[in-house]
Design a protein around this ligand. Structure first.
Ligand code: IPM
Ligand code: MG
Length: 355
């Protein structure tokens, strides 16, 4: 089969890690007889520098005409002082919205080879953990009404959290379907003791739960969830939550796996076309030095094979190659603890050897 993949390399370490994933996909294509065609488009800071805007129209069109999209990372100190709607991050929100990607899947699992990297006490993670965060991605406070105004105390700024029944229903269905394919346990995270939007969230999730009697579903308040993630991460199977709570909790979940450099993500909508990206940022401090860990991006490519193209054997092949390389003791600097480490390219070569 032939697949056209749009590449949004972005800023900082983005180009290096996307190049690694492209090399892995190409090797995999040779092995399984698939043709992956790659077309790069500018996004983020690099697009601001070249075209005067973070998300050029050509980039949006290129993504909408592709079979799927692989993204590196956007942003860096150079563009940090630009106004909100000109920041590189705005491009990320823009492309998610333009592609209708309302679901963000963020798996966080503890690799047995990396157990010692976990900052939690060993008795807490004795049996590992394997969590799938289903984050709503095109609603809530990220996209709500915002602005500046004169208030009681003078100048004030506001952002609003708003969720419609429709938005909650569709993300809840994705979460229940996801749970059904895993351990049938769903925890919906909200702040229903304070927020009206969370009370509607909870009500709608309970309604959808009635359609999935095989899935056990419970609610958890977000502050408690932040605490439970470090107290007993193994209690979580699938988490469903709003855009902002998902943003925060997924960073927390990533850190307890040992390194944020390991975690992939998939953003999905109504079609098979998705956007796949590591959950870490552009790490401008190490850009161009060959120090970046490409594994999160390579695993994001594996998620693309599975969720966009339905190529589960090919996807598994990447995941086991990564497992193998880690259990052989190969590490990039972020997970080497001062021990011997491989460059971005060298660890990519090791993964390709195991394809
Ligand atoms: C993420 C990032 C983005 C988000 C930023 C860069 C806009 O933190 O993908 O988690 O908040 O969604
Ligand atoms: Mg984030």
């Amino acid at each position: 089969m032939k697949y056209n993949i749009a590449l949004l390399k972005g800023d900082g370490i983005g180009p290096e890690i996307v190049d690694s994933a492209v090399r892995v996909l190409t090797a995999l294509g040779e092995k399984f007889g698939h043709e992956f065609n790659f077309t790069p488009y500018d996004i983020g800071g690099v697009a601001i520098d070249k075209h005067g805007e973070p998300l050029p129209k050509a980039t949006v069109e290129g993504c909408l005409n592709s079979d799927s999209v692989l993204l590196g990372a956007v942003g860096g100190p150079k563009w940090d002082t630009l106004p909100g709607n000109m920041r590189p991050e705005k491009a990320l929100l823009g492309i998610r919205e333009a592609m209708g990607l309302f679901t963000n899947l963020r798996p966080a699992k503890l690799y047995s080879a990396l157990k010692d990297d976990c900052p939690l006490r060993s008795d807490i993670v004795e049996n590992g953990f394997d969590i799938m965060i289903v984050r709503e991605l095109t609603g809530g406070i990220y996209f709500g009404e915002r602005g500046m105004r004169e208030g009681k105390y003078g100048e004030e700024a506001y952002d609003t959290e708003c969720y419609s029944r429709m938005e909650i229903e569709r993300i809840a269905r994705v979460a229940f379907e996801t749970a059904k394919k895993r351990r049938c346990n769903l925890i919906s995270i909200d702040k229903a003791n304070v927020l009206e939007s969370s009370r509607l969230w909870r009500k709608v999730v309970h309604e959808i739960a009635a359609e999935y009697p095989e899935v056990s579903c419970s609610d958890m308040l977000v502050d408690n969830a932040a605490m439970q993630l470090v107290r007993n991460p193994a209690q979580f199977d699938v988490i469903v939550t709003s855009n902002m709570f998902g943003d925060i909790l997924s960073d927390e979940a990533s850190q307890i796996t040992g390194s944020i450099g390991m975690l992939p993500s998939a953003s999905l909508g109504e079609t098979s076309r998705g956007l796949y990206e590591p959950i870490h940022g552009s790490a401008p401090d190490i850009a161009g030095k060959g120090l970046a860990n490409p594994i999160a991006t390579i695993l994001s490519a594996a998620m693309m094979l599975l969720y966009s193209f339905g190529l589960s054997a090919e996807s598994d092949c990447i995941v086991s190659a990564v497992d193998k390389v880690l259990s052989c003791g190969y590490r990039t600097a972020d997970i080497a603890h001062g021990g011997e480490s491989l460059s971005t390219d060298a660890i990519t070569d090791k993964i390709i050897e195991n394809i």
